[in-house]
Ligand binder design. Structure first.
Ligand code: HEC
Ligand code: HEC
Length: 626
């Protein structure tokens, strides 16, 4: 206890002196016995990102919930060092030559900090954008790319001068980045599709950037239904990039789960020489899904490709040469699995049979993944440990490395874990988070059965769903609690005890909004303040009323088409709608402006037709600021 107090004092001193600023390194045994355990609130670690030194001896772990980075000894077990970061660390990159660790810190005013791992000292702090993550270092160590998730751009940082040299606009929610080994290509994976959801094609993209000119070379569109992108890596020979994602079969009514009827899980492969998509391979087996693929990494000799499956708590270890040999054969028209051509591969649940091992990991929720020598190391987000897979033993085995004493899970944390767990689904095809990533929405339309077949609806954000009954666009559920229970039963085809549903309720109830990227220093911009007046003038507030911007009522405004014609729709909250495009129940409007310009010509949805162009822009700015 005394030690804890001394550390606390040191911590405050460093924090206030501005020398050590927010970073202070302490021996881990002391840290665990010190101020962290002295706090009454629950302390989880939530390891979300991991990175290893080139020699594999050091593994650094970003502990999102504990606001710290730890250096773990994955061979002997135990921790070597703890580095407090004050804000949640969201991503890591390491320059093994200089020993500098780059840590992105999550905030609406995000930062990257550079830490000298030899001394533990903070070298630099650089302001970047909203919710930075996935730092990637160029092979020459001179450029660091950082994804600013909610600014839809990438910061390029000149490492020698420790200055941001520019930003490159990319598609929606960049979440993963990697350089080619020659440093000439920078690849960025965008989490979500950015098109209307009621068309024939909806998929996210991978952007290829030329780091020298900072220009976008091309956007590679993934197969129809590709959403929830999470991980990206490039093979050591620079020939291929691999990106992990969910592949939604959203055009089918959600009547069953068998054989990947709703969501499948995939790696898409990019040919970096041709700068084009090569193929998309399913990670699922014919009767067992591989939900929520996340981190992906290639061994340095190029032999193995490892993929963390966050929903099924596994790592898939794929024989990479055999994979490309198979792809080469189908490309020539030979039959492999059930595929006769490359076009068949994204639907072939047997393509990896015999060339991939699914390794069960100790713990729950592998997200970040790295290779340390012959070991694959995954951060187990919900069970607060590392899983270490030895790739050289046959069969491949996994063991647990502790990150410290575990805190018992609160109802809310349990609920979040269940929401992300495909064990709650028949054959583990999907978790709730497959369609509601991070508790939000996948930007796809789904034809759920609760309101009939043939009227797909755009996935809804879970934020405030508890506080804003009724639920679903057509208000077919009285409240979110009913939606949760129906989701378990009719979407996941699973019978769960009531206590599991109660935990999910607790998670949904406590979800917090993320501040809009349209705010300036946390406040409405000038344009948004003008827009607030337009909001009242255009009568928006009659239905979008109160602090949650909904009257909790349904209205018939002529929005419904087909079998939804003349049906009243529930007034949705507008909080966080900056991140939930496309808009309206069928996702017909891909932007907020389009919602009024294209789909409100006769003023059924507020009085917008007579607004001046500037008034409309201001209105849009206001709504996107909520
Ligand atoms: C296959 C995709 C998919 C999966 C998986 C899924 N949902 Fe949904 N969810 C949707 C769609 C689409 C909507 C919007 C439906 C509508 O508006 O009629 C929705 C709406 C909801 C709502 C209502 C929100 C509101 O405010 O109206 C709740 C609550 C919900 N889902 C909870 C869950 C839970 C809990 C799970 C896991 C057990 C889950 N969902 C799994 C697609 C999915
Ligand atoms: C008569 C009640 C009513 C009025 C007036 C109204 N809305 Fe709505 N609003 C709704 C309903 C109901 C929906 C859902 C429609 C649907 O899903 O197709 C909706 C949907 C929206 C959405 C889409 C949200 C999403 O996540 O898809 C936005 C944004 C929005 N309204 C903003 C506004 C603005 C801005 C105004 C004023 C110009 C306005 N609304 C006026 C009832 C109203």
């Amino acid at each position: 206890m005394e030690k804890g107090i001394i550390l606390m004092k040191n911590y405050l001193r460093f924090t206030m002196s501005g020398v050590g600023a927010v970073l202070v390194c302490v021996l881990v045994s002391q840290a665990r016995a010190g101020w962290f355990s002295a706090k009454s609130e629950a302390r989880y670690y939530s390891p979300c990102a991991v990175v290893a030194s080139d020699d594999g001896n050091d593994v650094f772990v970003a502990e999102y919930s504990a606001n710290q980075v730890v250096q773990a000894d994955v061979v002997k077990g135990g921790l070597k060092r703890t580095i407090a970061t004050k804000l949640p660390p969201s991503g890591l990159a390491l320059d093994s030559r200089s020993g500098v660790l780059f840590v992105t810190l999550e905030s609406n005013e995000g930062q990257v900090v550079l830490i000298d791992t030899r001394t533990g000292k903070l070298e630099a702090r650089i302001a970047v954008g909203h919710t930075p993550l996935a730092p990637a270092l160029s092979p020459d160590g001179k450029t660091l790319a950082v994804c600013n998730r909610f600014n839809n751009n990438v910061s390029l940082i000149d490492v020698p001068s420790r200055k941001e040299s520019g930003r490159v606009a990319v598609s929606r929610e960049p979440v993963a980045a990697a350089f080619s080994p020659d440093g000439r290509q920078l690849l960025i994976a965008s989490h979500l599709p950015s098109m209307p959801a009621n068309g024939d094609y909806s998929a996210s993209v991978v952007t290829v950037i030329d780091p020298a000119t900072r220009l976008v070379v091309t956007n590679l569109t993934l197969p129809n239904g590709s959403t929830g992108l999470r991980g990206l890596c490039v093979s050591p020979d620079g020939r291929y990039a691999y990106v992990t994602h969910t592949l939604g079969r959203y055009q089918l009514p959600t009547t069953q789960l068998e054989r990947g009827w709703m969501n499948t899980s995939a790696i898409s492969i990019i040919d970096l020489q041709g700068v084009k998509m090569l193929s998309t391979v399913l990670l699922d087996d014919v009767d067992l899904g591989a939900a929520n693929p996340w981190g992906v990494a290639c061994t340095t000799n190029g032999a193995l490709l490892c993929v963390a499956q966050a929903g099924t708590h596994e790592v898939s270890v794929i024989d990479r040469n055999a994979l490309h040999e198979r792809l080469g054969r189908v490309a020539k028209g030979e039959k492999v699995g059930v595929s006769l051509s490359l076009e068949d591969v994204p639907n072939d649940l047997s393509f990896l049979v015999g060339i991939r091992q699914r390794v069960k990991l100790p713990g729950n929720g592998p997200r970040g993944l790295c290779l340390a020598g012959d070991l694959a190391v995954a951060g187990m987000y919900f069970s607060d440990n590392l899983a270490v897979v030895s790739l050289t033993t046959t069969p491949v085995v996994a063991r647990e490395v502790s990150l410290g004493p575990k805190t018992p899970l609160s109802e809310e944390r349990k609920g979040e874990m269940y929401f992300n767990d495909a064990a709650f689904c028949f054959q583990e095809w999907q978790s709730c988070a497959s369609c509601h990533p991070d508790g939000r929405a996948d930007a796809l339309n789904w034809d759920l059965l609760n309101d009939g077949i043939g009227n797909p609806k755009n996935t809804k954000n879970m934020l405030l769903s508890v506080q804003t009954p009724p639920s679903m666009s057509l208000a077919v559920r009285a409240d979110a609690a009913m939606g949760v229970r129906a989701g378990l039963k009719f979407i996941q085809f699973s019978m769960r005890p009531e206590e599991d549903a109660l935990a999910i309720d607790a998670y949904l109830t406590k979800m917090k909004p993320v501040p809009s990227p349209y705010l300036e220093k946390g406040k409405l911009s000038k344009a948004a303040r003008r827009g607030e007046k337009v909001f009242r003038k255009a009568n928006c507030a009659t239905c979008h009323s109160g602090s949650l911007y909904t009257d909790l009522q349904t209205h018939e405004m002529g929005m419904g088409q087909g079998m939804d014609k003349d049906k009243p729709f529930d007034t949705p909250t507008l909080v966080e709608c900056w991140r939930t495009a496309p808009f309206l129940h069928d996702g017909r409007a891909s932007t907020m402006k389009e919602l009024f310009q294209e789909f409100n010509k006769d003023d059924v949805h507020g009085d917008t037709s007579k607004l001046s162009p500037r008034e409309l822009d201001d209105l849009v700015e206001f709504v996107l600021s909520l």
